[in-house]
Design a binder for this molecule. Structure first.
Ligand SMILES: Nc1nc2c(c(=O)[nH]1)N[C@H]1C(S)=C(S)[C@@H](COP(=O)(O)OP(=O)(O)OC[C@H]3O[C@@H](n4cnc5c(=O)[nH]c(N)nc54)[C@H](O)[C@@H]3O)O[C@H]1N2
Ligand SMILES: Nc1nc2c(c(=O)[nH]1)N[C@H]1C(S)=C(S)[C@@H](COP(=O)(O)OP(=O)(O)OC[C@H]3O[C@@H](n4cnc5c(=O)[nH]c(N)nc54)[C@H](O)[C@@H]3O)O[C@H]1N2
Ligand SMILES: [Mo]
Length: 765
C-alpha cells in the first residue's frame, strides 16, 4: 500500500460535479462532516463566537483582516475547521509513541498523523528503540543548549511557519541573532516572498497597499490566482457586498473556482432559506498556467489603444499627471507593450484578444481599481515579473495610493506578514540591526542568512548541521522531497516546536526533540497573570488575541516560554537579555518591539485591542515611494511566460492545488467540495481533450514524472485520471503529495519562492 493511501477513507471515493455556490449549507455540512455533532457544543460555539473579535482570539487559519464592525460569528468554514482542529479532544501521548516506531509512522499519511490529536509531553527521539520517549523540559533545554554551543552558529537554521505571535517571533529572531546568525527562513519564503521582493522593488513597500475601506470604495476588482472560497473565505463577504453594489469583478484563473463564481452567505438566514446566491465574477477567464504576464500586457495594450482613441477627443485614459509625477520607466514600458503582438499575447496567455479586450474595457472604464492576487502569481519561475507586471497595469491609471484602489496580495498564515515585520528575516538589510545592538548590547551578525531554498541547499550539501522548526511541516512543504528527506538525517540536531504530529517530526537528525506548545485558542497563564499575544493581518493591522480554553495538557509550554528557555540554555548571560522577565509578562516584549520599531508599534500595549486593529502604515499608500529611484517603477518584463520552461510534446504544466479540506499540509478530510472531488486526493485533473489525446480513459491510474531535464528521476502517483475544466496542456493535483516532483532549483528567479504553480511533468502510464 502506498504511503498516501494508508488508512485513508477511500470508501466513498467518487468525484462529482458540484453546482452549488460557495458558502451556503455546504459549508456548515463541511464542518459537521469532519467534527460530527460535537462541533456545535456550547463550549465550541462559545469559543467560535470569540473568534476574530476584540478581546477574543484571532483565527489560527488565514491572515484575512478582522473588521472593526464584526458579525456575530466572525468566522468562516475553514476558520472554524482550523479552530476545532486545535480544540480536538484527541491526545497524542507518550503511550502512542511507545506503541509505534518512527519507521512505522513514516508509512502513515499526513491526515492520520495529525488525527492522533494534540501532543502532550516533551519528547526525545531514542535511536536505539526508534521511538520517541518522554523527557523533562529541563533535560531538553539543557541538551539542546549544549549542542548549540558546540556547533558553528552559521550552520544552524531557525525556521518559522507563519503562525507564531509577534511576541514569540520577536524573541525567536533575537535568539538567532544573539546566537550568531540571520538564518531565519519563514514559510513566507515559499509563499509571498515574491511579493516582498517585487513590491519592495517597484513601489518601495513589500506588502499590500489596500485596507478595508478601499473595498467599499473601489469600482472594479481584478483577481489573479487567488482562491478566496477556500483560502480566505471571510473575504467573500466584502466581495459579495461589492458584487451587490454592481462592482465588476474580473477573474483570471486556470481553474473555475466556486468561491469566485457565486456565494451564499451562511450567516444570512434569508439567503440560506431561499438558497439565493450572489454571482461574484462578472468575467471569468481560464488563463493558461503562467500566462498572466501576457494577459496583463494585453490589458495594457488595450489601455494604450483606448488612450489613443480618447486623445482624438481631447481626453485621456492614462493618468498622465500621476505617471509624470510619480513614476519612472514609463517610456520603455510603453515601447514594449506597443511592440508586442496580439498573436504572441494570445499564444502565451491561452486567451483570445477579444477576451482580454473585454476585461481591459472594464479596466479602462473604472476609476478606482483594486488588484488582488495569490499563489497563482507568486509561485512561478517568473513570479517577480507577474507581480511587477500587475503593478505596471495599476500604475497606468494611478490605481495605487488613492482611496478605493491598490494592490492586494492575500497573505497566507495568520501572522506570516507580522513575523517579517518584527525581525524574522534572512535579509539583514530589512532589520534595524543597529537599534538591536543598542537595545541589547551585542553586535548582531551582518551576513545574509539562508532563506528556505538556501537552507535546503545547505542541508543537501551538509553545511547545515541543525534545524529548528517553530511550527510548520518543513519537509512536507519544500521541493525535492526524496533527496531532502535523505539528507535530513545527516544533521546533528533537529528540534520541532509543534501542536500536532506531522512528518517533519519523523525525519530526524542524530539528536531530535519534539516540543509541544499551547495553541492560540488556549489560555496562557504566566507569573503576571493570563497573557495576550498579537498578530498582523493582510491589511497590516495589528490586533491582540487572548486564548480562553484550558490547554490540551498541563505539560505544555507557550511558544514564548519555549523560545526564551532555549535562548537561556544556549546563550552566555547578558543582563539586557531578560528572557525570564519577558516570559513572566509579555507586555514587556511589546515594549521592546515598540522600541525597535517606534514608527509602527508606538504605544503597542495601549493600542493592541483597538477594534479592527491598529494600522502600521504603508508609505506607498501615501504615494511616498521608498524605491531606489524615489518613484514607483514601471518594469519591462523580459518574458511573457511565467512558467520558465518551453512547451514540448508530451510535457504538461502541473499546478499543485490546495483542497477545501486542508490547511497547507494539515489535511482535515478528503472532500474538495467546491471542486466536486470527493473521497480521495490521489487524482490527476486533466482537460477532457488532453485525456483523449493522450489515449487515456477516465478513472485510469497513471503516475507523473518530472520533466526538468536535469537527469534526476522524480515520480509521484498513482493518480486517478479525472476530467476537469483546465486549459490545454495544464494538469492539476494536490500539494503536498506532488512535492517530490518539484526540483529545488525550480523557483522564482528573484525571490527563490518555489515555483509550485507550473512544474514540467510527463505522464507515466
Ligand atoms: N483553508 C485554507 N486556507 C488557507 C490555506 C490552506 O491551505 N487552506 N493556506 C494559507 C496559505 S499559507 C496561503 S499562502 C494562502 C494560499 O491561498 P492562494 O493564494 O489562494 O493559493 P492556492 O490555493 O495555492 O492557489 C491560488 C489559485 O491560483 C490559481 N492559479 C494557479 N496557477 C495560476 C496561474 O498561472 N495564473 C493564475 N491567474 N492563477 C493560477 C489556482 O487555480 C488557485 O485558484 O491561503 C492561506 N489560507
Ligand atoms: N507544491 C506546493 N508546495 C507548497 C505550496 C504549494 O502551494 N504547493 N505552498 C507553500 C506555502 S504558501 C506555505 S505557507 C508552506 C507551508 O509550510 P508550513 O507552514 O511549514 O506548513 P503547515 O502545513 O502550515 O504546518 C502545519 C503544522 O504546524 C504545526 N502547528 C499548527 N499550529 C501550531 C502552533 O500554534 N504552534 C506551533 N508551534 N506549531 C503549530 C502543526 O504541528 C502542523 O502539523 O508550504 C509551501 N509549499
Ligand atoms: Mo503560504
Amino acid at each position: 500500500m502506498s504511503q498516501a493511501d494508508h488508512r485513508s477513507p477511500q470508501d466513498h471515493e467518487h468525484t462529482v460535479h458540484y453546482d452549488g455556490p460557495s458558502g451556503g449549507w455546504g459549508s456548515l455540512r463541511g464542518i459537521a462532516r469532519i467534527f460530527g455533532k460535537e462541533w456545535a457544543t456550547p463550549a465550541a460555539l462559545e469559543t467560535l463566537a470569540r473568534q476574530n473579535k476584540p478581546k477574543g482570539f484571532m483565527c489560527v487559519s488565514c491572515s484575512w483582516a478582522k473588521p472593526a464592525d464584526y458579525h456575530t460569528f466572525e468566522f468562516c468554514e475553514n476558520g472554524a475547521k482550523a479552530t476545532l482542529w486545535e480544540l480536538t479532544t484527541l491526545r497524542c501521548t507518550p503511550d502512542f509513541f511507545a506503541q509505534h516506531t518512527v519507521v512505522e509512522l513514516l508509512t502513515w499519511n499526513d491526515y492520520d498523523l495529525e488525527q492522533q490529536g494534540r501532543l502532550t509531553h516533551p519528547l526525545r527521539y531514542d535511536p536505539e528503540s526508534d521511538k520517541y520517549q518522554p523527557c523533562s523540559w529541563e533535560e531538553a533545554f539543557h541538551a539542546i543548549g549544549a549542542e548549540l554551543r558546540r556547533l558553528d552558529p552559521t550552520s544552524v537554521i531557525f525556521y518559522s511557519s507563519g503562525r507564531a505571535s509577534l511576541e514569540t517571533s520577536y524573541l525567536y529572531a533575537l535568539f538567532a541573532r544573539a546566537y550568531g546568525n540571520n538564518n531565519l527562513p519563514d514559510s513566507s519564503n515559499m509563499c509571498h516572498e515574491t511579493t516582498s521582493v517585487a513590491l519592495k522593488k517597484v513601489i518601495g513597500a513589500g506588502v499590500g497597499t489596500v485596507v478595508f475601506d478601499d473595498l467599499k470604495n473601489c469600482d472594479a476588482m481584478f483577481f489573479f490566482g487567488q482562491n478566496t472560497g477556500s483560502n480566505s473565505p471571510r473575504f467573500l463577504h466584502p466581495l459579495q457586498d461589492a458584487a451587490k453594489r454592481g462592482v465588476p469583478i474580473v477573474t483570471f484563473n486556470p481553474v473555475r473556482e466556486k468561491g469566485l463564481i457565486a456565494f451564499t452567505n451562511p450567516q444570512n438566514p434569508a439567503e440560506m432559506l431561499t438558497g439565493s446566491e450572489t454571482p461574484i465574477s462578472t468575467q471569468y477567464h481560464q488563463v493558461r498556467l503562467g500566462g498572466d504576464i501576457a494577459v496583463m500586457l494585453g490589458i495594457c495594450k488595450h489601455v494604450f489603444a483606448a488612450d489613443d482613441a480618447a486623445k482624438a477627443e481631447g481626453k485621456r485614459v492614462l493618468d498622465v499627471p500621476f505617471i509624470e509625477q510619480h513614476t519612472q520607466g514609463f517610456g520603455d514600458f510603453e515601447a514594449k507593450v506597443r511592440g508586442t503582438s496580439w498573436s504572441e499575447i494570445e499564444a502565451k496567455s491561452g486567451l483570445s484578444q477579444g477576451a482580454i479586450e473585454r476585461a481591459a474595457e472594464i479596466y479602462v472604464k473604472a476609476d478606482r481599481v483594486i488588484g488582488v492576487y495569490g499563489m497563482g502569481l507568486t509561485q512561478h519561475v517568473h513570479g517577480f515579473e507577474n507581480v511587477a507586471m500587475f503593478v505596471n497595469m495599476l500604475l497606468l491609471k494611478g490605481n495605487i495610493g488613492r482611496d478605493g484602489t491598490g494592490i492586494s496580495p492575500v497573505r497566507g498564515h495568520s501572522n506570516v506578514q507580522g513575523q517579517r515585520t518584527v525581525g524574522i528575516s534572512e535579509k539583514p538589510e530589512l532589520v534595524p540591526l543597529d537599534k538591536i545592538a543598542e537595545q541589547f548590547g551585542f553586535d548582531p551578525p551582518r551576513d545574509k542568512g539562508m532563506n528556505t531554498v538556501e537552507a535546503c541547499e545547505g542541508i543537501l550539501s551538509g553545511k547545515v548541521k541543525a534545524f529548528f522548526g517553530l511550527g510548520g511541516n518543513f519537509v512536507r512543504a519544500i521541493p525535492e522531497r526524496e533527496a531532502m528527506e535523505r539528507a535530513w538525517r545527516k544533521m546533528d540536531l533537529t528540534v520541532q516546536i509543534a501542536t500536532k504530529l506531522n512528518r517533519s517530526h519523523l525525519v530526524n537528525g542524530r539528536t531530535a526533540y519534539l516540543l509541544p506548545c499551547r495553541g492560540r485558542t488556549e489560555q496562557d497563564m504566566q507569573a503576571s497573570g493570563p497573557q495576550a499575544v498579537s498578530m498582523e493581518d493582510t491589511f497590516s493591522c495589528i490586533q491582540g488575541s487572548i486564548g480562553l480554553r484550558k490547554p490540551a495538557s498541563e505539560h505544555l509550554k507557550s511558544e514564548v516560554d519555549i523560545v526564551a528557555s532555549l535562548a537561556e540554555a544556549t546563550l552566555p548571560p547578558n543582563p539586557r537579555l531578560k528572557w525570564r522577565e519577558w516570559v513572566d509578562n509579555y507586555a514587556l516584549i511589546r515594549d521592546l518591539i515598540a522600541q525597535t520599531y517606534p514608527d509602527e508599534f508606538h504605544d503597542f500595549n495601549e493600542r493592541m485591542f483597538t477594534p479592527g486593529g491598529f494600522y502600521r502604515g504603508n508609505a506607498a499608500r501615501e504615494r511616498i515611494w521608498k524605491t531606489t529611484s524615489g518613484k514607483a517603477e514601471f518594469t519591462v518584463p523580459d518574458t511573457l511566460d511565467a512558467a520558465g520552461f518551453d512547451d514540448a510534446p508530451g510535457r504538461y504544466r502541473l499546478l499543485t492545488m490546495r483542497s477545501n479540506d486542508q490547511f497547507n499540509t494539515t489535511i482535515y478530510g478528503f472532500s474538495d467540495r467546491l471542486r466536486g472531488i470527493e473521497g480521495t486526493r490521489q487524482v490527476l485533473l486533466m482537460n477532457p481533450d488532453d485525456i483523449a489525446k493522450a489515449g487515456l480513459q477516465e478513472g485510469q491510474m497513471v503516475s507523473l514524472i518530472s520533466d526538468a531535464q536535469d537527469g534526476i528521476h522524480r515520480e509521484a502517483g498513482p493518480l486517478k485520471v479525472t476530467p476537469f475544466s483546465l486549459p490545454a496542456g495544464c494538469v492539476g493535483s494536490y500539494y503536498p503529495e506532488m512535492n517530490p516532483l518539484m526540483p529545488l532549483s525550480h523557483h522564482d528567479q528573484q525571490s527563490k519562492t518555489p515555483a509550485a504553480k507550473s512544474i514540467a511533468v510527463r505522464l507515466k502510464i
